[in-house]
Design a protein around this ligand. Sequence first.
Ligand code: ZN
Length: 137
Amino acid sequence: MKLNNRVKKILTGKICPYCGRPSMLTDSAEVYHGRSYGPIYICRPCDAYVGCHKGTTKALGRLANAELRYWKNQAHAAFDKLWKGKTKVMDRTTCYKFLSKKMEIPSKYTHIGMFKGESCKRVIEICNTLLLNLGKI
Ligand SMILES: [Zn+2]
């Protein structure tokens, strides 16, 4: 799967997926009421942002507006259940491989941070279905 430059810039937080303008790198204190959790890429007119990998200015994925942030959080919560705590069924790497296969997306692009709302909803469905089938929830 070859992605064009524009898509790459969206998935790496450089371009806002909502308005197409370049994002800005700023501190997360701006969106977390003065508490800093490191740098973020932001598009202020769209109220969209994304955090960075710890200790870097490498975005975790695409910029997300309030609705997508909600679905990303839900997807992460559902996904984490597969490899964490009482409901753990496999290790994290295997989880990502499983998800990549189920969603028919190459591993490289199977990151919740890169997903749109619809894909986040699929993650939730896939994870919950597996846990239900295994009698974990
Ligand atoms: Zn924007």
